[in-house]
Design a protein around this ligand. Structure first.
Ligand code: FAD
Length: 530
């Protein structure tokens, strides 16, 4: 059973000890009681700049200040930091901050220490990404990457060998450790599983400060516990990611529907065609999104429709108020460039989109995978990237997606008329997920991800938050068994209900690998941080 602490005493003592600790930074002799050994104490920062950065995240909704920010230069620094907390009579919280792209303080450590993984990215000798190699146990190519690495850098490094991971997120400026702690989903998930299904082995530093190699065969409880484990059982120091040949070009198609039944029927039919990269009959990517009259036709996630066609799309929108856009992709190279069009047309034959609302692009593989970046840079230049992001991401069982459409899209969303950011809607196959892992998904074989990716002003984010709560309340009252993705709850009871039958094993893994409840307090699962 895990140890628990009387919370107020813990905080007070932590403040005292860390304050003393910080006062010793730079001195060779430690004068007061110290939690952190002198060989790493100079890596702690408590200057306003470091504290400010670690107190906020992409969401811009919550703020929690740590007492200090730790800038490791190696995983051994991290081991020392965690051990010093674990062996102390008064342990302190530690939260790895990947790229800080959470939206609700998940990577924060109120009154604890934020472990700045970007410092490891800068400081780590050898760069943190291995050359690609053939993994003898799998007979396929793989790469070893540090948990602190950004996916964009993993892409660039592996492409030099003509290879790339199979599963992605829509946006690549996220860390390997950050997305593997959640799941890592995108349009490739229906075929290749989430990113967590593409990891073969990891080095993990547990909450006891032990560095363990784990895989489905070795230390498997740790392996499965970490993947989708919200940072609760260990820090991902290295992950071995499977690779496949990277084709150089992409055929990218969007078609528009005015009928939700036709839209979902076609999505479900298309994701039923799966298989490995050699199955040319399958798509490589499938997503979907809403188009609504209150938002621009193109958005920051990608600009696609030619401006000459905007009037035509808008007139369809005025007629129907809400449209559904299916987005699909096939990769190709010089060997398949003559057949890709035919293969795509075969796949799209008989689809029920509105005739004449077919759009396509040919772009490079990198341009496609990195498609959100240009929108980000544009928003940054307008000062619109660092605004509040009251996001809601959820998984919805296929059997209730029509009830969700009528109760949420066609009722709550249309009536409120405030949703302006992208709203994603696309299905995935449960059999591409591994139930032993910590990630939580609905029970059905096919389920949808729906993401309300709101950007708001600093004054009006509460209206979006209220809408999010109403959506969740509608689902609860209608008996739609949704699971939040990138979930945030404030009570352990809510987390228990989120994990459902997996709560027991999740708790056991926490007790085994982080018995003093040190790691990732910002998720608010085992720590009351208010
Ligand atoms: P952080 O926010 O820094 O950390 C997230 C959690 O992981 C925290 O609990 C933290 O303590 C823990 N953590 C961080 N590093 C480690 C580590 N090395 N070991 C153990 N725990 C660690 N998600 C998708 O799945 N698909 C998408 O398409 C997608 N698109 C996005 C687009 C944008 C613009 C943004 C802002 C987010 C998007 N996300 C997407 C969500 C994203 O996956 C999560 O927010 C993720 O947590 C962000 O990664 P990060 O590296 O910034 O992690």
């Amino acid at each position: 059973m895990a140890e628990t602490f009387p919370f107020p005493t813990y905080i007070v003592l932590t403040i005292i000890t860390i304050t003393r600790l910080i006062s010793t930074v730079g001195k060779t002799e430690v004068t007061g009681p110290s939690l952190v050994p002198s060989n790493i104490s100079h890596r702690l920062r408590d200057d306003p700049e470091a504290i400010k950065l670690a107190s906020s995240d992409y969401g811009n909704l919550v703020r929690h200040s740590p007492l200090a920010v730790f800038h490791p230069s190696s995983i051994y620094d991290i081991i020392s930091l965690i051990r010093s907390s674990y062996t102390s009579s008064v342990p302190f919280h530690i939260a790895a901050r990947g790229h800080g792209h959470s939206t609700r303080g998940q990577a924060m450590a109120p009154n604890g220490v934020v472990l700045d993984m970007s410092a490891l990215r800068r400081n780590r000798l050898g760069g943190g990404i291995s050359p690609v190699f053939c993994d003898p146990s799998l007979g396929s190519y793989a790469v070893d990457v540090g948990g602190e690495q950004l996916w964009i850098d993993v892409l660039q490094a592996t492409l030099q060998h003509g290879l790339a991971p199979a599963s992605w997120t829509d946006y690549l400026y996220l860390t390997v450790g950050g997305t593997l702690s959640n799941a890592g989903i995108s349009g490739q998930t229906f075929r290749y599983g989430p990113q967590i299904s593409n990891v073969h082995e990891m080095d993990v530093i547990t909450g006891k400060g032990d560095l363990l190699t784990c895989s489905p065969e070795k230390n498997s409880e740790l392996f499965h516990g970490v993947l989708g484990g919200l940072g609760q059982v260990g820090i991902i120091a290295r992950a071995r990611i499977g690779l496949q040949p990277a084709l150089k070009r992409v055929k990218w198609v969007r078609v528009i529907y005015n009928d939700f039944s036709a839209f979902t029927r076609d999505q479900e039919r298309l994701i039923s065609i799966s298989g490995d990269i050699n199955n040319h009959k399958a798509l490589d990517y499938l997503e979907g999104m809403l188009l609504m009259h209150q938002g621009p036709i193109n958005n920051w996630r990608s600009s696609f429709f030619p401006s000459s066609d905007h009037p035509k799309i808008i007139s369809l929108l005025v007629q129907h108020r809400i449209l559904y856009c299916l987005e699909v992709v096939k990769y190709y190279d010089e060997h398949s460039e003559h057949t890709v069009d035919k293969e795509m047309q075969e796949l799209l034959r008989g689809l029920g989109y509105v005739p004449g609302f077919y759009y396509e692009k040919n772009v490079s593989f990198v341009e496609f995978l990195n498609r959100v970046r240009s929108g980000e840079l544009k928003l940054q230049s307008q000062g619109l990237w660092d605004v509040p992001h009251p996001w809601l991401n959820m998984f919805i069982p296929k059997s209730r997606i029509h009830d969700f459409d009528s109760g949420v899209f066609k009722d709550i969303i249309l009536k409120r008329n405030i949703t302006k950011g992208p709203v994603l809607v696309y299905p995935m196959n449960r059999n591409k997920w591994n139930d032993k892992m910590s990630a939580i998904i609905p029970d059905e074989e096919v389920f949808y991800t729906v993401g309300f990716l709101h950007s708001s002003g600093f004054d009006d984010w509460k209206a979006f938050d209220a809408q999010n709560r109403d959506i969740l309340r509608f689902c609860e009252e209608s008996g739609i068994k949704v699971k939040q993705y990138l979930a945030h709850y404030t009570t352990q009871q809510e987390w228990e209900s989120h994990f459902g039958v997996k709560w027991g094993s999740f708790q056991e893994r926490k007790y085994e690998f982080d018995p003093r409840m040190i790691l990732s307090p910002g998720q608010r699962i085992f720590n009351n941080i208010d």
